[in-house]
Design a protein around this ligand. Structure first.
Ligand SMILES: *Cc1c(COP(=O)(O)O)cnc(C)c1O
Ligand code: SF4
Length: 467
């Protein structure tokens, strides 16, 4: 695991900076036969992909295919694992049921019916999901807003509920397969801005999706320009969660409305706000193209910061080396490592999850290899119902081996930073599998959390947490 990087400056490869935006081409499960390099992987693999893609969402674009995947290494290449369906994403029994239908070329309706049945077994409502009130303003429900932590509102613009490519591990998978009930989306900017104005303790707005950077600038403008209004002076920080930087960097460089977008960032910065692009980057291989670096440079030139986050995912980035190399490279490019998440217990976790004990080892292994400037990344962190819980360490206290945990964000702000302890467990992959240490019956927050759930239980909101 402790391999030392041979070169500190990775070679640049792939896409340079074109004069004009290349045309975006998108491939889905219907186009598997049209992706040329895929055909080399053989009939059997193509079949397996079709089977998996009939249950879980699949979408990939020409930039990812041509510039991020190292096809020499496929199917083991990390970006291939990040974007293409793989047999192991379904448990063997589910896989077999679906494969059976494809083998006998069953009618489409039959495939769709089984797909829905299987999806519902894949925990589309990830664990610890919270029942809470939808925020209200002027007596109306504010659609597309989630307000879980006192100082931060999450906003899901309705046109930003898709992505340039889909990540195979994504906990938002249920939103991408047309299950309207699972979608959180907004209708209009007015309600959002009114809600923010009515909550003076809200200092942070976090725009998320899907990926809000799939939106045209003209659709983003009403939200971002709206923040310039005096009555929203208390909203000091605007974060935009996106994977466009690595899946479609042209968004910030050559797309027709790229300059206009950067102009918006600039105006927000000039008005005194902190603008942060929260870049989802899962692997250093996503950062090697000149076009990526150009996008980073242009965003930073507006005065906006770029912070980075990713879950720890088996087969994609499950080594201390991969994280250390990624974080070092991010720091060098002027990006700030922010979160390492634990993969959620939903969707294709069967292939991608990493036990908490191992996640902590990988985090520490990575931390040991970087300087203080890259040690800004917090984690491994679980976005669970009660809050974001970080594994701080493993210790032995009075003869008992324990996980030392803390809230880095809590539904009750008073929980934040309080250390608590769970029995060490090499297999647990999520908070709800952990047991309190030292013979205690429950974790300190549990009673209060249960009470909160019954207080709030008006409407269930799914896929609530940010990644
Ligand atoms: C992570 C998260 C935030 C932001 O928390 P920070 O500690 O400010 O990064 C806000 N809302 C939700 C629901 C989150 O999961
Ligand atoms: S991880 Fe982010 S970019 Fe990837 S599919 Fe999920 S929401 Fe989209």
């Amino acid at each position: 695991m402790t391999t030392v990087a041979k070169r500190t400056i990775p070679e640049m490869r792939g896409a340079g900076v074109p004069d004009e935006a290349p045309k975006l081409q998108v491939f889905t499960d219907r186009h598997l036969d049209k992706i040329e390099p895929l055909q080399r992987l053989g009939e059997q693999m193509l079949f397996e992909m079709k089977v998996v893609a009939s249950v879980l969402p699949f979408r990939v674009n020409n930039y990812v295919i041509e510039n991020l995947i190292d096809w020499e290494r496929a199917p083991d290449d990390p970006i291939f694992s990040l974007t293409f369906p793989q047999r192991g994403m379904l448990d063997p029994e589910m896989y077999e049921q679906m494969a059976e239908l494809h083998r006998r070329e069953a009618p489409k309706e039959e495939i769709t019916a089984l797909a829905w049945k299987l999806r519902h077994q894949l925990n589309p409502h990830p664990a610890g999901q919270m029942e809470m009130n939808l925020p209200e303003v002027n007596g109306e429900t504010v659609e597309g807003v989630q307000h879980k932590y006192r100082e931060t509102a999450l906003f899901f613009p309705s046109q930003g509920q898709t992505c340039h490519s889909y990540c195979t591990f994504c906990f938002r998978w249920a939103q991408f397969i047309g299950d309207k009930d699972l979608k959180i989306a907004s209708k209009e900017a007015g309600q959002l801005l009114d809600y923010l104005a009515a909550h003076p303790h809200l200092s942070d707005l976090l725009m998320t999706g899907g990926d809000p950077m799939v939106m045209k600038t003209k659709h983003l403008a009403p939200y971002l320009e709206g923040l310039l209004d005096e009555r929203l002076d208390h909203v000091q920080t605007v974060r935009i969660g996106t994977k466009a930087l690595s899946f479609w960097p042209y968004r910030f460089v050559t797309d027709k409305d790229a300059d206009e977008l950067l102009g918006l960032f600039e105006r927000l910065v000039e008005s005194g706000k902190h603008v942060a692009v929260m870049a989802h980057i899962n692997h250093y291989q996503e950062m090697e193209n000149p076009i990526f670096r150009e996008a980073v440079k242009r965003i930073r030139a507006t005065g906006a910061e770029i912070r980075t986050q990713s879950p720890l995912i088996k087969h994609i980035n499950d080594s201390g080396y991969a994280w250390a190399r990624m974080w070092r490279e991010q720091v060098r490019l002027g990006m700030i490592p922010y979160y390492m998440f634990v993969e959620r217990d939903t969707g294709a976790k069967y292939r991608f999850e990493v036990p908490l004990a191992e996640a902590y080892d990988i985090y520490r292994e990575a931390m040991k290899q970087v300087s203080g400037l890259a040690r800004t990344a917090r984690g491994p962190s679980m976005s669970a119902g009660p809050g974001k819980v970080e594994i701080q360490g493993v210790a032995e206290i009075k003869g008992e081996k324990v996980f030392v945990l803390r809230f880095i964000q809590g539904r009750n702000p008073d929980w934040v930073q309080r250390p608590f302890f769970a029995q060490y467990d090499t297999e647990a992959t999520w908070l709800d599998e952990l047991k309190p240490a030292f013979g205690e019956k429950a974790f300190f927050f549990e009673e209060e959390y249960v009470a909160m759930q019954s207080d709030h239980g008006l409407k269930v909101i799914d896929a609530a947490e940010v990644e």
